[in-house]
Design a protein around this ligand. Sequence first.
Ligand code: ADP
Ligand code: ZN
Ligand code: ZN
Length: 830
Amino acid sequence: METYFVDVILPLPIETRFTYRVPQALNGHVAFGMRVIVPFGGSKLYAAVVECVHERPPKQVTVKYILDVIDDRPVVSEAQFRLWQWMADYYLCTIGEVMAAALPSALRLASETKVKIHPEFDGDISALTPYELSVVELLLHRETMNVEAVSKTLQIAKVMPIIKSLVDKRAVITDEEIRNPYKAKKETVIRLLPPYDNESAFMDLLDRLNAKPGTSSQADTLLAFMMHTRANNAYHFSSPVAKSVLLKDDNVSQSSLQTLIKKRILHSEERVISRLVDYSAGLMPTVRLSEPQERAYLEIKRSFEQYPVTLLHGVTGSGKTEIYIKLIDEVLRQGKQVLYLLPEIALTSQIVNRLRKYFGDRVGVYHSRFNEYERVEIWDRVLNGGDAEDTSKYQLVLGARSALLLPYKKLGLVIVDEEHDGSYKQMDPAPRYHARDAAVMLAQIHGAKTLLGTATPSLESYFNVQIRKFGLVELMQRYADSKLPDIYTVNMNAATKRHEVQGLFSHFLIEQMSRALENHEQVILFQNRRGYAVRMICHTCESMPKCQYCDVTLTYHKKTNLLKCHYCGYAIEVPKECPTCHSTDIEMKGFGTEQVEDTLSGIFPDARIARMDTDTTRSKNAYQQIITDFEQHKTDILVGTQMVTKGLDFDRVSVVGILNADALISFPDFRAFERAFQLLSQVSGRAGRKEIPGKVVIQTFQPSHPALKFVESNDFMAMYTSQIEERKNFRLPPITRMVKVTLKHPEETVVLAAAQQLQGMLRTVFEGHVMGPAAPLVSRIQNFYLQDFWIKMNRDHSLVARKQQLRELVRQFRQLPQFKKVRCVVNVDV
Ligand code: ADP
Ligand code: ZN
Ligand code: ZN
């Protein structure tokens, strides 16, 4: 008998592949893409994914055996694997890290799984949420606990995702008990067999049964069956009904049911039931595009012949979604899958409703708010998708950036909506990928097309158009000829001098809002900060309470009366006196969404106000609720952070107010100008859709700032030209590629010494292309002092080699004994 070996990927940040021997009993049961249980590093067991089965014994003397095979078919696809490899290479991480991010943790651990603090956990809690922190604190005092016990002790129902995230962040490890926890839920369903599964045959049958003595109870049972199938699905003559449901119906007799099954009129079968909501409501026929949309659609198709990647630059409200729908429809008809990426979960609920009208339950949604079992199920449905006849499979997947990592089999089209959005970039943990760029690669692997859509293209994408890497299609008219909103800038300096300011609102804005409310129109207010007052300030010593772990001031939250750190979740009760000098002469200064909401109810006591920010949208369906209420005009004013600026589509919004544009335009980042333009244009675009004309009011202390001028004149090209010039002068992206390297350590002296060391190493290779080390704006987060380097690399053939040099340098740095405890984070294309 042959001896087989497998090379596997371990879900760990290690660079090399590992080879294991296959016990002969498992010969023939192992193949690419299946998970196997392997021992690694002492007594640990991991679920590893098989990359390749071969007969070449590795050089080392002892090769460990795989202990078991978890799957009977691959859980990952070949194409998926190629994307993972590309991400590991491009973003300078390991394929194990990509795999760990991709696999739903339910494919990796069970609730009986014992968890404990990772033996190499170095106490870095900077990347942890408050929930995660509480789990870590609990585990610090124990040897091991199983997941269920953690959940009970902390009274957190959904602890799995928290554990998963902690595993991802390598703060927690699962111990010795890796099992396959996912069991499909099954039920018995009853369906009609042919030839009775059409209306006329069915009616004939009913007539016969009713006419014949002794079979009328069979007729009753059949009729009841038909009632239930209609209730399930009004659009097919007959669809399966759960047996348990039928048996509860008084008109159904168990014996008649048995007889009908014996007579092969009905059929009983076991079916895997979905944990996901079923959408099989009536579908709309395909979209009717307006003339400008139709033109853009044709241009996109023509562009695809030449450019696999095409940018659709369409103003807000031009109906880009309708064009996507038509393109999706075509690709699905070819039996291929489509991926539709969105930057923000808040957006998915609106878009998914629009898509389901056309594509029904062929649409799958995937994002971080799903629980683990839902994720496994989606994973499964995508893996087997692209099968046009089988509607239990997903052919169209809508999701946030992690939806990229699903096991697609045959993608035909990838849509990246709002492609300019910064949240497409993952910052922590690895893989620190940009979903737009990875999407282009994913499409290329599948031989599919990529469509990037936005009203405010990123400099990156527009630059790619200019150098003829991407195609471009423009759509500069709003749908149904609705007008772009008029934009008014309010000079807050002048308004303050003229006493035309009430709290946070200029009289001009208040006037516009009152008029809108009188006309039963709606208002959106954008405020960059959440919480109440930005900070508490002491008038005696001028100090502000700071986070114990981070170099930031705390934010006041009125409802809970807490001062909170927005970086780590640290919170204290509002002190009665200044913690530094004990003076009681303290004040809350600045403003956030919560305060805006409060002030508003003073000015407009009758208005119904809703607030959308990370504080109000923690639960899974909170977004949906806030958006639905606003759509149905149950609320008049929507106050929010970034979340209200993106892609939402409401009919009755006539006024959009930006309370403080200065915070955006003065941000110290080379993309600040571009970002401010995008954000302000996008939030303006929420106004004046459909028949109602819109007004945008921008409050600012710098009314002549060029970013505002470009927004006012809606002049993307002017913004692009001015900014790309600057990027050229300073050799910044997209002219170059930028890699950021961050060092972290709890002691400032250590991090500074490490930075000196690394600087020397980087200079030998990258010479003048290294900037730093420098402390970032927030120089200490969660107890860790930070030092940043920025490395510019030319966009040419040398890039791959340059990056590998950097990988090698970082590896050498990490091996230095004196800096063993210093963390070194590499972030490509920040
Ligand atoms: P964008 O994403 O380009 O900002 P949307 O796709 O949200 O624009 O479209 C704006 C509004 O116009 C939506 O309410 C949409 O339903 C409507 N709309 C756009 N195109 C059509 C069309 N062809 N038929 C009917 N309604 C349309
Ligand atoms: Zn003080
Ligand atoms: Zn903090």
